[in-house]
Design a protein around this ligand. Structure first.
Ligand code: GDD
Ligand code: MG
Length: 364
């Protein structure tokens, strides 16, 4: 029998295209990109597991087969079920599509997670609040400096949500700094009321509709660690924070100044710092500097190269003396020697860049 202090089921929304992380998401869906040594989704699944969730539905769409191949071989200590939409149904549509895969009764709480959020929220506390207030929906909220890229969620003095303003366009709509942090609890029976078989945005349609219908939607503000890994810079930051131990996850292989995965080869006079990850089979040459960066499996950072706040895709090569700051290099791309790639530059998978003219010390 279900115990009121437990939450047993969750839905993880992992079907988005991860457009802002292209070209990394051309081959791999965002939640399957390696972050601190394991696919990002593993951090979320193991956190949910540790909070008492025993069954999780992965709501997939884009590149669903990549999740399936991974989950088939993984043992994460929790039952993982994969639901796949034929066409992407949006966040609300994905939750509704997951309904037949859920086993909870109509009054039981179901946790829903966006698949790209790293946070330290106390999940048991969120569910306890949901139960104690007999809410229909309970949203985890977090304050951010600039809320415009998110869903704004004002609440009254009792913590009752009064509006839901997704990605506001006008200054008048910026009524709070508290945003939907991408994790909420639904009374299962309410999921039944989301229209089936068509795209639905939970943020633009379901939440405003519930408020208009006077449903009890409450918010819990948590000021702890929170990050949406939707952009290259935040992806790198999330990975580094996990490695450094600043962001919580039971799935980080080891915490320290950097993480070297088995089979990585780092030259003794290379400098690797600030939470960088060197993937399995990756090579970092003599005198190279890797600072706050993510180097995927099998990539090569040649001698004297500088890779800072950047992501280097699987098997990509960064030529000797090249400098990367805030760049994203697609899988298998080859950057010749002496290039300088700065501030948001993205190189597509397999592309080749000729040698540049940046000189490095051993050229002298
Ligand atoms: N299954 C499925 N199907 N999943 C989807 C679909 C779909 O059609 N569309 C999006 N998702 C998943 C994405 O994979 C992601 O994990 C989650 O839903 C949210 O989508 P994003 O594209 O990352 O949305 P966002 O970051 O712009 O905004 C959302 O997150 C913010 C917090 O990070 C909203 O929920 C905002 O209200 C919120 O503040
Ligand atoms: Mg997002």
């Amino acid at each position: 029998m279900w115990h009121p202090s437990r939450v047993t089921e969750a839905v993880l929304l992992v079907g988005g295209q991860g457009t802002r992380l292209r070209p990394l998401t051309i081959n791999t869906p965002k939640p399957m990109l390696p972050v601190a040594g394991v696919p990002f989704t593993v951090h979320q699944i193991t956190r949910a597991r540790d909070a008492g969730v025993t069954r999780i539905v992965l709501a997939t769409s884009y590149k669903a087969e990549v999740f399936r191949a991974f989950i088939d071989d993984a043992d994460l200590g929790i039952e993982v079920v994969i639901a796949t939409e034929d066409e992407p149904l949006g966040t609300g549509g994905a939750i509704r599509h997951a309904l037949p895969f859920l086993e909870s009764g109509p009054d039981e709480p179901v946790l829903i997670f966006n698949g790209d959020v790293l946070s330290g929220v106390h999940l048991e506390g969120l569910v306890a609040h949901h139960r104690d207030t007999a809410s229909d929906v309970t949203l985890y909220l977090t304050p951010v400096e600039d809320p415009r890229a998110y869903g704004l969620v004002p609440t009254d003095h009792d913590g009752r949500v009064t509006a839901f303003l997704e990605k506001p366009k006008t200054a008048e709509e910026i009524v709070t700094n508290n945003i939907n942090a991408g994790c909420y609890v639904f009374r299962r029976g309410l999921i039944d009321t989301i229209p089936a078989g068509r795209p639905v945005s939970v943020e633009r349609e379901t939440f405003p509709g519930l408020l208009a219908a006077d449903a009890l939607v409450t918010g819990v503000v948590d000021k702890g660690y929170w990050l949406d890994l939707g952009t290259p810079l935040s992806f790198v930051q999330g990975s580094c924070d996990l490695v450094l131990g600043a962001a919580p996850s039971p799935a980080v292989p080891s915490i320290g100044d950097f993480l070297e995965l088995p089979g990585a080869q780092v030259s003794p006079d290379a400098q690797v710092h600030s939470g960088s990850v060197i993937g399995s089979g990756a090579v970092v040459g003599s005198g190279a500097i890797v600072n706050g960066a993510v180097v995927f499996d099998g990539a090569e950072i040649a001698e004297g190269a500088h890779v800072v706040n950047s992501i280097v895709g699987v098997g990509a090569v960064v030529g000797a003396g090249s400098v990367l700051r805030g760049a994203v290099i697609g899988d298998g791309a080859v950057i010749g020697r002496g290039n300088e790639l700065l501030d948001g530059v993205r190189v597509w998978p397999g592309a080749e860049l000729a040698d540049g003219s940046v000189r490095f010390s051993s050229d002298a």
